[in-house]
Design a protein. Structure first.
Length: 278
């Protein structure tokens, strides 16, 4: 009888110990799982911007287009300018590194480069137009611009009406070209160029008689060489916007808009603006 009671007690103790072990194992597993989940959650990015390269904001830009984008060996990205500094400030706020990919403007404004996923967004002094909105999404406007006519100071050309029988340089795919096509007098030869750099060289070489393009860019040429001057400006109600592939980058577009708003509120936008435009 004593032996039976002893065996029964031993069995009870063993069963109780086994139950405790099971409970401890279950609790340990649950705690471990919770810790793993928390760790994974903490390491996961808060927002998926759909970037071409993780950790990098890659922008396409038509360089040179001073003062908006141009080469600068002292800059980490190799480029600077009004657009580049604005986007770099946004990238830093988002915890990203900036990379610039030089791209033909026509490929940007048509949406071709962005659709090919060559970059995350275009930052290239691009005017927001209804036509471009068919192929691109735009962030909120960040700059208001005029068009202008730049000529040799001693050319005798006083306005666009004086371009009859002369050659007018414009950038292919630009709003400057659109304005010239609609408003230049009969007899004007409109000559397309891929970028401002080629246009400027052509004007200096006498291959064209004037350039019609965004006022800040022509003004930069005035500053660089006072023998050239803007003789006329045109209020075309243009606003620049950063562009994205149509329907492809909603989270990034929203983040850019948020940061643009924050930069205007904290004064950092004004600081960059005054640096380039006074």
């Amino acid at each position: 009888m004593l032996v039976k009671k002893t065996l029964t007690l031993a069995a009870t103790v063993a069963a109780f110990a086994l139950a405790l072990t099971g409970c401890g194992s279950s609790a340990g597993t649950a705690t471990s799982a919770a810790s793993t989940a928390a760790s994974e959650s903490a390491s996961a990015p808060a927002v998926d911007y759909g970037l071409v390269n993780a950790g990098t904001l890659t922008i396409c830009s038509d360089v040179p287009y001073k003062p908006f984008e141009y080469e600068d060996a002292s800059s980490p990205s190799g480029y600077t300018g009004f657009d580049v500094e604005i986007v770099n400030a946004i990238a830093q706020k988002l915890g990203l590194t900036l990379k610039v990919v030089v791209t033909n403007f026509d490929a940007l404004q048509s949406g071709t480069a962005l659709e090919a996923n060559s970059c995350d967004m275009a930052a290239s002094a691009m005017t927001i137009t209804d036509e471009r909105k068919q192929n691109l999404d735009f962030a909120d406007a960040y700059y208001d611009s005029l068009q202008s006519l730049l000529v040799k100071a001693d050319s005798g050309i006083a306005n666009l009406a004086g371009m009859a029988g002369k050659k007018l340089g414009v950038q292919k795919g630009s709003t400057g070209k659109s304005y010239a096509t609609k408003n230049a007098p009969t007899g004007t030869t409109i000559v397309d160029f891929a970028d401002d750099g080629k246009m400027w060289i052509a004007l200096q070489a006498g291959q064209v008689d004037a350039l019609l393009q965004d006022q800040p860019v022509n003004h930069q040429h005035e500053v660089d060489d006072p023998s050239y001057k803007i003789v006329e400006t045109y209020n075309t109600n243009e606003q620049y916007g950063f562009a994205f592939a149509k329907g492809k980058k909603p989270a990034l577009l929203a983040a850019v808009n948020e940061q643009l708003k924050a930069m205007r509120a904290d004064g950092s936008y004004d600081t960059i603006y005054k640096k380039y435009f006074g």
